[in-house]
Design a protein around this ligand. Structure first.
Ligand SMILES: [Zn+2]
Length: 445
């Protein structure tokens, strides 16, 4: 792996010790680690040969930490556009689950590769996944060079029930810490409405035994909360609390419908929260009270959820929507300023996932970084870097992506993936499920 100097560049470090810092300088990377930021200077290609260091002209870039997608189901990209404009339970139970039963290993692999290509192109360097046949996802991470936090979705019904324990054990035994430490395995109880209290207890005990965090869908819809109240007399949050689940590190996705008591429990137990604004809006699930959660001192990250309910995996869009939503529903333009959205998408997300030394550009941190081409009309003039990244930038402005000191994209070209083949393989498999088709115009003789 070569060392790198990205010279004469604009760096948004997200360094906690230096709020709102944008630095003009040279970023030095050695053995996959950020070794420092030096004052700007010029280099030429002969120096390059002497030093055995790859030099990248960063003058057109804003370099920032790679984005951390804290919730998703990568292989669901195969179902993108297959069942839109439906409420969650009709979408999931009637449309998605029956199709997931038919997925084979190769489907999950190519669906995940499709998502990885999309995520690299829009600046994501770490993603979280909860699905099944997860060893295929691990293989895709190994090949692509991405970083991932993976869990086998576990539940008492549907596809989540079949082989859940066996696949979870295989994932832990075969993939924990693999791909040079880029793969992290956690446990994935799907939700309170798909896991009985006894099943959750079993997962809780297993989490204690293997000392792993958990991720769960939590209080995503009003239906979920009503169902839990009717069945157990407890909200989903109260249920997890009563079972002692919050004594472990837990990543709670959605958290849209919370009672006062739920918030009290969160304030006390401090689980990680993942806000998925696009998915919650598209499925009509509601809007998570992010302002309240942040004020309660909770760590909040951002996620895209799967491409079947979003319908893309573009974290720039999630930052944009997160900031705008909070302003709109609170009638307060000061809510979720650009800096907060950037934190949720980088350093806070990394903290929630329990990954050390990513999410900031800082000496000693892993070189998970992205370069945004700032020479674009919609980013000009660049008065305020943070605000422009959240309110003006789009995913396709990303032209350089590096994970663990390895370039995955340079000059807009994917370096570890054959994009054409990935799209071909994914489309071939996706069209087995449903192909609305595009009407061909008939030519008249
Ligand atoms: Zn989800």
């Amino acid at each position: 792996m070569p060392d790198f100097i990205i010279y004469n560049t604009t760096i948004l470090s997200m360094d906690e010790g230096k709020p709102h810092n944008v630095i003009q300088g040279n970023l030095h990377i050695k053995d996959g680690i950020i070794t420092g930021i030096a004052p700007p200077s010029l280099y030429n290609s002969t120096e390059n040969n002497k030093r055995e260091t790859a030099l990248i002209d960063g003058s057109n870039f804003i370099i920032m930490p790679g984005l951390v997608n804290c919730h998703g189901h990568a292989a669901m990209s195969l179902f993108r556009g297959i069942a839109d404009d439906l409420p969650l339970h009709e979408w999931l139970i009637k449309n998605i689950w029956p199709k997931e039963f038919r997925l084979k290993k190769e489907d999950v692999y190519w669906g995940t590769m499709l998502s990885i290509a999309e995520m690299i192109r829009s600046g994501t360097t770490t993603f979280t996944d909860m699905y099944f046949l997860m060893e295929e996802v691990a293989k895709a991470i190994e090949v692509s060079g991405m970083r991932g936090v993976l869990s086998r979705g576990m539940g008492g019904i549907g596809i989540m029930k079949k082989n859940a324990w066996r696949e979870t054990n295989n994932l832990i035994n075969n993939w924990q810490g693999k791909a040079n430490g880029r793969i992290k395995i956690i446990l994935g109880p799907h939700a309170v409405y798909t896991c009985s209290p006894d099943y959750l207890k079993k997962i809780r005990d297993f989490a204690a035994k293997v000392n792993l965090p958990l991720q769960i869908h939590l209080s995503e819809t009003k239906w979920e909360v009503d169902h839990s109240m009717k069945k157990y007399g407890l909200t989903p949050v109260e249920m997890l609390n009563n079972l002692g689940i919050f004594e472990h590190q837990v990543i709670c996705s959605h958290c849209v419908h919370l009672s006062i008591n739920d918030l009290r429990i969160f304030e006390n137990k401090k689980p990680g929260i993942v806000h998925n604004p696009s998915s919650n809006l598209k499925l009509g699930s509601g809007i998570a009270p992010v302002k309240t959660l942040l004020e309660a001192g909770l760590n909040v990250g951002l996620g895209t959820d799967g491409a079947a309910s979003n319908n893309n995996l573009n974290m720039f869009e999630e930052m944009h929507i997160a900031s705008l939503l909070a302003k709109g529903i609170n009638n307060d333009p000061t809510q979720i300023p650009a800096r907060t959205s950037l934190e949720m998408a980088t350093c806070k997300g990394a903290e929630i996932l329990g990954i050390q030394k990513i999410g900031r550009i800082k000496e000693g941190y892993r070189a998970d970084i992205i370069g945004i081409n700032k020479k674009r009309p919609h980013l000009s003039p660049l008065h305020e870097v943070e605000a422009q990244l959240v309110y003006s930038a789009i995913g396709s402005d990303v032209e350089l992506v590096m994970v663990d000191g390895k370039l995955l994209m340079n000059k807009g070209e994917l370096l570890t993936l054959d994009e054409e083949r990935i799209m071909h393989e994914a489309e071939k498999r996706a069209f087995r499920f449903k192909h609305k088709g595009i009407t061909n115009l008939k030519t008249s003789e």
